[in-house]
Ligand binder design. Sequence first.
Ligand code: G6P
Length: 466
Amino acid sequence: MAIEFGTDGWRAVIADEFTFDNFKIVVQAIANYLNNNDKTDRGIFIGYDNRFLTEEFAQTAAEVLEGNGIEAIIAKEALPTPVTAFTIQEEELDGALMLTASHNPAQYHGIKFIPEYAGPALPEITDQIEEEVARVQKTNEINIKKLDNIKEIDPRAIYLDNLREVIDFSQFETGKLKILADPMYGAGLGYLTDIFSTTRIDTEEINNYRDPLFGGGMPEPTEAELTQLINKVKTEDYNIGLALDGDADRFGIITEEGEYLSPNQVLFLLLDHLLEDRGMTGGVARTVATTHMLDRIARKHDLDVYETPVGFKYIGNKMLKNDVIIGGEESGGLSIKGHIPEKDGLLACVLIVEMIMSRGKRLSKIIQEVEEKYGKLISERLDIECSPEQKPEVVKRIEEFDAEKIAEQKVIERITKDGMKFILEDGSWCLMRPSGTEPLIRIYVETSNHSLMSKIQSDVRERLKI
Ligand SMILES: O=P(O)(O)OC[C@H]1O[C@H](O)[C@H](O)[C@@H](O)[C@@H]1O
């Protein structure tokens, strides 16, 4: 069996591939990586979301780490991925394991390794872990120390306290606001209520108890999965709807009119906010698949734009190495200067509220004004199913994709950082790439009108034969 780390960690179906035996192999491989790289002095934190059997997997992880001479510090209760990443920084540890399958369906569980820099592991690290996985699978050398007592910590309060360093809490005293939050039964439950509890803002939560079946849906804050939140915000008297995915590293934002904002929209709204209302300076980091509205705003303010492959690990890396105001991606990842280089859905939700309060306007009005200022772009992503057998052939067609024109628009630039991206003469662009987390081919298009959108999509699909 191949255990691969994908775009962000290893995820698999519980009791099929995600068994205690395979899990031990992965943790042993991480322990080997840590030992090989002398990262064993300061201890490893183990965080976990609230999926099925999660505490038992966390205990097993601690026993394998300790069996390898590495101190394990375990979370007292389920917590968001960004809180786990933050704990590394706060406690000055050698890294963390986060047990989560993020927004995947209920049958899945997973594990991410977060290194000492508190952002997602880069390929140079996960490659070494994968090599170790293969070695452990062969040798079966797994060291376990049975433990009755493991050092526990509860970083929730420190994380919430630290948010005051990156969020302007004074804005939450300037008026009243009614929020409806949906943590989607995930590890972020209760957090948004806690954050606003000391302010004039009222928060109510739905789906805020542990349900490893996620109410029969998926803990993914997309428009399709958020109908309950959307309907309640639209029909009752709320000013905004805020949602989090299963491990609260991604967000979903609903306007007071019940309109779902895409992560792309949230990203450019927040860049506008940080520049105009907070006067922040620095560059912008986005993935190849993320909206060029960020580029339009950056151009107006003469800011650098860093374009990376898909995956927050690359964004986090840019944030660590460069002066970046905001880093983000269209799949719902975002962080800002001064915060951890890991995506944080809680941060995104609170920043949007900060923007509403500091502008003193309805969210739908704010988005209308920002789009009037910079012009509107439409972005769409097609997710096309592609079996592992078909994938190599389609990937080859993507690699060999060469065009002078797409949908009668001249190609002016070809970018091959991740898949194939074409910039067209009118500023539209399209990108095609295989997903690193699902058996899908993703086609992303951004353009200024619907008719060109469908022309580009059909042209690309025809040429790729998908
Ligand atoms: O498009 P994919 O390769 O499936 O990746 C989609 C997303 O997967 C995970 O959630 C990663 O944390 C993200 O950084 C990435 O954007």
